[in-house]
Design a protein around this ligand. Structure first.
Ligand code: NAD
Length: 239
């Protein structure tokens, strides 16, 4: 079966965490579907160029920086919040816990609040990035897991609050994905074996695996879907 095609010509997408990994994969997906894209994150100068994508440096813990990015967008039809960090082993320290939550969860809230008026104008939609650790425990990463559980609840709450204004808010929950965030795991053959034993489809996701779900959730094909968190995980949560 061919992959479904979406036409985002004349539309603009804002992707946080768009300089690397899953965010970059999603930004490329929107650009390849005809959108112009603002991809925000760290290392914007070093990000691999792609037609249709303008990279911008901004920190999602800084509301003023986000507001400036949003103001510079010509319009916003889709926003995807991929900016995220993990601090394996250190997140039992409440300060590190708070830092992770500030980027992953409060950063999502800051971004969505900044974008909301533009989404009301365009009739656009938002997608947050949760995780399989939205549901599964993360003994080494309590801050990460709590933040990702929070993303699911946040999109449900904003979806409900913003539905009367025509703004849909959903989330994607990625499974284990080959990005810099999982470099230490993929460098460890024993961890890789344990993870792959648990993934029914027996491979790491690639960043491009999430573009279809993001384009779908922001499109009219998903016109009656809001408040949902869609697992894209090779069957991990089903097992
Ligand atoms: P990555 O490290 O490749 O990308 C993270 C992105 O977030 C980068 O663009 C980085 O610059 C940006 N970022 C980090 N802190 C930021 C900040 N304060 N302000 C602005 N941008 C910031 O990692 P990834 O795996 O692509 O992760 C993307 C999202 O996907 C994260 O939310 C992560 O939790 C989630 N996720 C990843 C996996 C996985 O297995 N890789 C699984 C589930 C969910």
């Amino acid at each position: 079966m061919p992959i479904a095609r979406f036409d985002y010509s004349g539309r603009h997408a804002l992707v946080t965490g768009g300089t690397s990994g899953i965010g970059l994969g999603i930004a490329r997906g929107f650009a390849d579907a005809g959108a112009t894209v603002t991809a925000v994150g760290f290392g914007a100068d070093a990000a691999e160029p792609h037609p249709g994508i303008a990279f911008a440096e901004a920190d999602v813990t800084d509301q003023a920086q986000l507001d400036a990015i949003v103001a510079a967008c010509p319009r916003i039809d889709a926003v995807v919040t991929c900016a995220g960090i993990i601090r394996r082993g250190d997140e039992h320290d409440p300060d590190v816990f708070a830092e992770v939550v500030d980027v992953n969860l409060t950063g999502t809230m800051r971004t969505l609040v900044a974008c909301k008026p533009r989404l009301v104008e365009s009739g656009g939609a938002a997608v947050g990035i949760a995780s399989i650790l939205t549901w599964a425990a993360g003994p080494l990463v309590p801050g990460y897991s709590a933040s990702k559980g929070g993303v699911k609840q946040l999109v449900q709450s904003l979806a409900t609050a913003w539905a009367p204004e025509g703004v849909r808010v959903n989330a994607i929950a990625p499974g284990w994905t080959a990005t810099p965030l999982t470099d230490p795991l993929r460098a460890d053959p024993e961890r890789t074996r344990m993870i792959m034993d648990r993934v029914p489809m027996k491979r790491w996701a690639e960043p491009a695996d999430f573009a279809g779900a993001a384009l779908f959730l922001c499109s009219d094909a998903a016109a009656f879907i809001t408040g949902a968190t869609l697992a894209v995980d090779g069957g991990y949560l089903a097992d």
